[in-house]
Write a protein that binds this ligand. Structure first.
Ligand code: FUB
Length: 359
């Protein structure tokens, strides 16, 4: 049976299904060239913000689980009203994607109030750690950690968020004995509400605390995790992103400045910090000589996707590199996303070949 992705998308939109329609349930004899360069990896629930890692020789994906909500869309991302996490795995790129069910629920996180946003995971000594952001009961984003003996969970949350963390979008960079937690995001991510890592009273909304256009942009943060993997070993440091003249990227350089979704990988001795530029919708990257930076802006990993948010991870599997990202192919709606993957190429000059998510 043949089906077209266009037809599938149209059917979902027409029926207003709260769950994505499975391709096997769709009958159509016409095959049309899709406008999307890659296909959704998961079609039975909505998934976003995919953080991929290689554990036990397989690709494990830790995404957000998008759901329908009555909450009105706003610039603080209130419409991203997620309540649990599901974990997925694949034996190899292009292979079958296995869903492992619910790995952690909001109601099982003692300190959390709402909005389980983009998570990440790490393995140490046979234990698995899920790092996740949620708003606490006072509606302030914090980063928590939950622990399991298995990569797919279920995970048990620590009773309190990780002391010293703030904002959202945690990502773990692992190198040798060291595990670094990256985090931060502006607007709905609340990073602009902090000065010297302290919450400034009275700041509200997406732009309170955003520097003027000609001032230095807000940057993501990094801190080493301690041996327990549940605490920071040091005060978070800012990850400085510079332009080609060695000047910090400015708050008004919307197509280059950090917005959210920081990710780090190492390739041939260089450290790559990639991130979303938010309202200009790129995944940009900068390179540096060590995980603490400074980093120099280089260009884009990924062009804008369909849907407002752009969020990714980059991982090596059996000598090839892959980008995981999301768009809204299945729903056509910004808060109902689906994860995808694409091969990523490091060019001989150290640049990354920009990926176009559209055909
Ligand atoms: O999924 C909720 C938020 O949307 C993430 O935390 C951001 O990075 C953006 O993708």
């Amino acid at each position: 049976m043949k089906f077209s992705i266009h037809f599938l998308t149209a059917l979902v939109l027409a029926t207003g299904c709260s769950q994505p329609q499975k391709s096997s349930e769709v009958e159509n004899t016409e095959t049309v060239q899709s406008k999307f360069a890659h296909s959704p990896l998961v079609e039975d629930i909505y998934t976003a913000d995919p953080s991929a890692h290689i554990f036990e020789g397989k690709i494990y994906i830790y995404p957000s689980h998008d759901i329908e909500t009555e909450v009105q869309e706003d610039d603080m991302g209130s419409h991203f009203d997620m309540k649990d996490y599901h974990v997925f795995s694949m034996d190899q790129p292009g292979g079958e994607v296995t869903g492992h069910g619910v790995a952690l629920k909001l109601e099982d996180v003692p300190w959390a109030g709402r909005q389980l946003w983009a998570p990440d995971a790490a393995e140490k000594d046979g234990k698995y750690y899920l790092y996740f952001p949620a708003k606490d009961k006072a509606d302030i984003f914090k980063i928590g950690v939950a622990i399991s003996d298995r990569p797919e969970g279920p995970f048990t949350a620590e009773p309190e968020p990780i002391a010293g963390t703030f904002s959202m979008d945690p990502a773990v960079f692992h190198e040798g004995e060291d595990y670094f937690l990256l985090f931060g995001g502006i607007w709905g991510g609340q990073l602009q509400w902090y000065e010297n890592q302290e919450l400034v009273e009275g700041r509200k909304g997406p732009t309170d605390g955003i520097p003027a256009a000609e001032e230095k942009a807000l940057m993501p943060y990094i801190a080493k995790l301690d041996r327990s993997m549940t605490k920071l070993a040091e005060k978070p440091r800012e990850l400085l992103i510079l332009d080609e003249n060695g000047e910090p990227i400015k708050a008004g350089e919307n197509d280059k400045r950090f917005f959210e979704a920081a990710w780090m990988h190492e390739y041939e001795g260089k450290y790559y910090l990639s991130y979303s530029t938010g309202d200009t919708h790129f995944i940009a990257y900068a390179t540096g000589d060590n995980p603490y930076g400074p980093f120099t802006y280089q260009g884009n990993v990924l062009e804008p996707v369909e849907g407002w948010t752009n969020h990714h991870s980059i991982v090596e599997f059996e000598g090839k590199w892959y980008l995981f990202y999301h768009d809204t192919e299945l729903s056509g709606k910004t808060p109902l996303r689906n994860i995808k993957m694409a091969e990523l190429t490091h060019l001989p000059d150290g640049k990354i070949q920009t990926i176009n998510p559209m055909n």
